[in-house]
Design a protein around this ligand. Structure first.
Ligand code: COA
Length: 175
């Protein structure tokens, strides 16, 4: 990865006015088999698009205003190419999610987005961040470990994938 490959990428916090770009982003991600396998926070196909749309409106207005939700976007020429979000599940505890457009992966964008989101959430006095990741998602696990997340539990037989059950790890970062 070179910093050159991230030229022209703008990072900013998501607002309600990003809603249509977000929907387009999630619909495009849903067409990618690897992403469908690993990223489930905002599934956006068929009837679920409406649910996704309403959830995003709710979070980007009420939850964002109440500082219960943070979403950081990476944009190139006004197109969303990656995002990282943290939902507050309880006081001082957040739940983390991240996704990067397939053609932008492996350039350091995921790490950049995650670092920015973690820095911003720290300012909200969040103490612990949790996430769930499939045990066969080695790329994401490597990213999380490099950010300081540690495996603190797992759920056996979490998901059935191509003829076998896959474990899911619970990872934790203390800020
Ligand atoms: C996980 C994801 C967000 C990572 O984004 P990314 O932009 O590719 O990540 P980066 O380029 O910043 O790389 C982060 C780390 O992953 C590692 N990595 C990058 N490409 C890799 C690859 N092909 N295989 C294994 N590890 C890889 C790198 O070592 C890097 O760590 P380092 O910089 O300390 O060496 C992206 O792959 C993605 O969107 N995947 C699908 C959705 C998903 O799995 N989300 C997580 C659900 S829990």
């Amino acid at each position: 990865m070179t910093s050159k490959s991230l030229r022209n990428i703008i990072i900013h916090e998501a607002e309600l006015r990003d809603i249509l770009s977000l929907l387009i982003f999630f619909i495009s991600l849903d067409r990618d088999p690897e992403t469908r396998l690993f990223y489930r926070a905002y599934r956006c196909d068929g009837f679920r698009s409406l649910w996704c749309f309403l959830t995003l409106i709710y979070k980007l207005t009420f939850k964002r205003l109440r500082k219960r939700f943070l979403m950081v976007l990476a944009l190139r020429e006004r197109e969303i190419v990656g995002l990282c979000h943290i939902d507050m599940v309880r006081d001082a505890i957040g739940h983390f999610g991240i996704v990067v457009k397939p053609s932008f992966r492996g350039r350091g964008l995921g790490k950049l987005l995650a670092k920015r989101a973690l820095l911003m959430i720290k300012a909200l006095h969040v103490k612990h961040i949790f996430l769930q990741v499939d045990a066969d998602n080695s790329r994401a696990i490597k990213l999380y470990k490099s950010l300081g997340f540690r495996i603190c539990g797992y759920s056996k037989d979490y998901r059935y994938k191509t003829n076998e059950y896959v474990k899911c790890y619970l990872m934790k970062l203390t800020l």
